[in-house]
Structure formats: C-alpha cells, structure tokens
Design a binder for this molecule. Sequence first.
Ligand code: DGL
Length: 293
Amino acid sequence: MTQSVLFFDSGVGGLSVLQQVRLHSQPLNLRYVMDDAAFPYGTKSDDELAHRVLQVCLNAVNQLAPDVLVIACNTASTLTLPALRQILDIPVVGVVPAIKPAAKLAQQGHIGLLATPATVERLYINDLIQDFAEHCKVDRFGSSELVYWAEDFLLNGDPVTGLKDHLQPWFDQFPQMSHVVLGCTHFPLLKPQLHQHWPHIHWIDSGEAIARRVAVVLEQEQGQLSTTQCNSGPPGSISLHWTSEQKQQIAAQQFLQQLGDLTEASQLHLAEIDRLSPDASRGADNNPEPGSE
Ligand code: DGL
C-alpha cells in the first residue's frame, strides 16, 4: 500500500522539504498543510505557538491519517517536538537547523545561523551548538524579512530586492564566516538569490537529511525493503490544505502540481483542543539524521 506523509509548516517553507522527499523516495501520498491563518510563526510567543502547532497538527493527523508527520518548520520543531511525540501515535520527524553537518564541514571555522527570530533564541539551539559545534565560532541572525520574501517570491513571483541590504552588514561584521545554516525551511527557496549575492558561502539546509530520515522511518513503519529501492507501485498523490478562510493558495497548488498528481486542495477546519503542556517529553528519536530530530 502507498504510504502517506504529512508535511506541516506555517506557509510555503515546508514545500522545500516535501520537494526533497519527493525527489529521494519511492511513490508516496504526500499531504501538505500550511497554517497560513497563523503565519508567520517566527514572531509568536512560545506559549501561543505551542498551542497553535499542537492544535493544527492534531486536527491534520485526525483528518488526513498519515503514516508519518514531518514538522517542516524549524520554529515549530525546536519548540513542540516532545509534546507532539507524546500526544500522537505516529512517528514525528522534526526539521532542526543543520548545525552538526555545518560544524563538520567548517572544521574549526566560523558558522552563521540564519533562522527566524524565535528559532535563534531557542535553548534547543544553545544545546545543538554546545553538543556539536563547540569547536567553531557560531553567529546567529534572526530574520522575518526573509520569511516574507520567500513567501512572496513563491506565491506571487515577487522579486527579492532587499536581500543585499538586509544581510550584507552581517557578512561585513564576520568576514571569516564560510558556512551558513539555513535554519528556516523558507530560506532554501531563496538559495539561488543568496548564492548570487554571496557565492563564497556554503549554504546548508536540512532538506536531504530529512528525506533520508523519512525513508528510514517509513521503512521501519512498513518493515519493507529500503524505500529508495522500491520504485514500482502506484504513483502516489499529493494534496494541499490550508487554514485561512479565503485564500486558495493557487501558487502553492501550481508548485505541487509540478511534483505530482495534485488530487485535492482544501481548507483544513480546526476543532479546538485541550491545552497541552508544550514541554511534555517523550523519548526523542535515538538516531536521527543531523538536521532532523
Ligand atoms: N518555515 C518556518 C521555519 O522553518 C517558519 C517561518 C515563519 O512562519 O516564521 O522556521
């Protein structure tokens, strides 16, 4: 039977993750949920965000019945993974900033972390740096502007004109910075523009690591041969769901249509949930890919 994976983000950022999974796996039913009614996440308080993420994910899992949930949002993953794993009975894969691989590549060097204002402040990031990048110098830049630009670029085709003015002062301040972690799933959507302005920088995102992790988790779920080796079977389908009342998310539909057979596009209706503790903890994944959790 074709397995089904649900991707979740505040907006279009998680499409960069879905795209990698689509590229690296056998046919799957791919479900994409964007919480556009609460976009952006990166400026919300922890309390507000934790409740919202749990509410949308619970509703989405109940309604769409996936085999695996991918939190394709660093801002949400670094806050809510333990709670999600506690309340859901399917595997939950989280996207977290790829600090570990960046630290390996940069050796003793200087790494930048480009993420949302909320993500750069998280204790989770302090722990990642302490555990995997203590031998490096790490500087953080929190930006919501890039999130909006990525959204407008993908949804409306708007040119991204503000990048240079926005980020150049950071690069001027740290001329030794050689590797920059794209710690928000919206940012890989702007990789061509980032590369154009700063071609000497190695831009590192978590997309491929997540694709590998999802393949392993699906394999464990089904006890089948490597999902990357199974290329036969039904082609799989794609569906898009959003939370706002009015928008049809036409551009996101078009993006997904290029990746496969878009069989459904609809609003996700949200029932209220009981307030749950955001720091409820359940054993983390014990062998995740760096960049996934
Ligand atoms: N794409 C999300 C992330 O990876 C968050 C963007 C936002 O809504 O602020 O952090």
